[in-house]
Design a protein around this ligand. Structure first.
Ligand code: AKG
Ligand code: FE2
Length: 365
């Protein structure tokens, strides 16, 4: 995957304003032969961005917009299939590969996960029936591979940022998307949410579009603004702009790469803050945030970012729905112990440098 083409024109202006940590990956070489000076520079930028903001935006990352668009079109086609056809694609218990029906159906209790998800956990197996979805598997696998390569580059910069040998973290993640590692590419579709005025209830709208342009051509990043007025909102509230597509959480892997097709409700708590703040969307960029694993290894030097997706209050955003693609980057697990009570303990043994934890234990909830 060669990089170089500039996809974000306004990044210099935003950088100059100091509002947003933007990391430019142009001319960084390939994952196998990365350009050392770029690895080092990206490492320095991550070293500043992750503790201060908990995230950064990657630009000129080499994953073409067109590829993302086609993936979302495939996802739309998939979501439009009848339930009995979709059932054939439901993820298998061991690998979580395939359609995640639970996320769609989980509308009981306080949290509503109003979204469709299709997971790619391995490039090896072929359990996607091509029949009603011509080209789906080939395309999604190629995209998953691109994300894996991008993650590979970031791992090298991350290692440098932590004063580790450049290949150290990369080697600990070398089985991503092999089926033996929890990394996955997750195609997500958040349907338009409509309000039934008579019943005063929210319901999922029909899929209405294939791909959407951003609400505005101007990059939109306003962590200081409070335009959704959600800072004091308790989860489970019912008014639009307060209802959640995806409730507040941290990702539990090393880091997550997130591509979005538009502005649409992503909110974060910046490190040290208890306030939910909106993250707008910079067209063409990929959002990166640290996960729980990285925060454990670094003893919270790179804190895991709390984030959630709300249903936008503004009607023009809400009625369009939204697509995203998340790549969850996970290390190899050397020891996997399953306890009862639905709690898994995963022990990762890593010989990191003496300043960092050698062993991290954490719980998958
Ligand atoms: O779709 C998004 O913007 C975020 C998804 C997310 O945070 C997750 O699936 O963990
Ligand atoms: Fe997440």
């Amino acid at each position: 995957m060669l990089r170089g083409k500039s996809v974000v024109e306004d990044s210099d202006t935003l950088l100059a304003k100091g509002l947003i940590p933007i990391i430019d990956l142009a001319h960084c070489g390939t994952e196998e032969h990365p350009v050392k000076s770029v690895v080092n520079r990206v490492g320095l930028q991550l070293q500043k961005a992750l503790p201060e903001k908990g995230f950064a935006l990657l630009v000129n990352h080499g994953i073409l917009e067109e590829k993302l668009k086609v993936a979302w079109q495939h996802l739309d086609n998939f979501c439009s299939l009848s339930s009995d056809v979709k059932e054939h694609y439901i993820n298998n218990i061991e690998g979580y590969h395939g359609y995640n029906q639970n996320e769609e159906e989980n509308s009981e209790g306080e949290h509503h996960e109003l979204r469709y998800a299709f997971n790619i956990t391995t490039l090896k197996i072929s359990n996607v029936h091509e029949d009603p979805l011509p080209g789906f598997e080939e395309h999604i696998n190629e995209l998953a591979h691109d994300f894996k390569l991008l993650a590979g580059f970031i791992l090298q910069s991350l290692a440098v940022s932590l004063d580790l040998n450049q290949s150290f973290l990369y080697e600990k993640h070398c089985h991503m998307l092999s089926g033996d590692n929890e990394s996955k590419l997750c195609l997500l579709y958040y349907p338009p949410i409509l309000e039934d005025n008579e019943k005063n209830e929210l319901f999922k709208g029909r899929l209405q579009y294939t791909y959407q342009k951003c609400a505005s051509d101007t990059p939109d990043f306003r962590p200081e603004s409070d335009c959704y007025k959600t800072s004091d909102v308790s989860e489970g509230a019912t008014a639009l702009g307060q209802q959640l597509y995806s409730s507040g959480h941290i990702d539990y892997g090393t880091f997550t790469l997130l591509a979005q097709d538009s502005e649409g409700g992503l909110e974060v708590k910046l490190p040290g803050s208890e306030k939910w703040q909106r993250v707008g969307h910079l067209p063409g960029s990929i959002f990166i945030n640290a996960g729980e694993m990285l925060s454990i290894w670094t003893e919270n030097r790179y804190p895991a970012l709390s984030h959630r997706v709300i249903i936008p209050e503004q009607e023009h955003l809400r009625v369009r729905g939204r697509h995203s693609i998340a790549f969850f980057c996970h290390p190899e697990s050397f020891d996997f112990v399953v306890l009862n009570l639905n709690v898994f303990t995963i022990v990762y043994r890593l010989q990191i440098n003496p300043n960092l934890s050698e062993k991290a234990e954490f719980f998958v909830r």
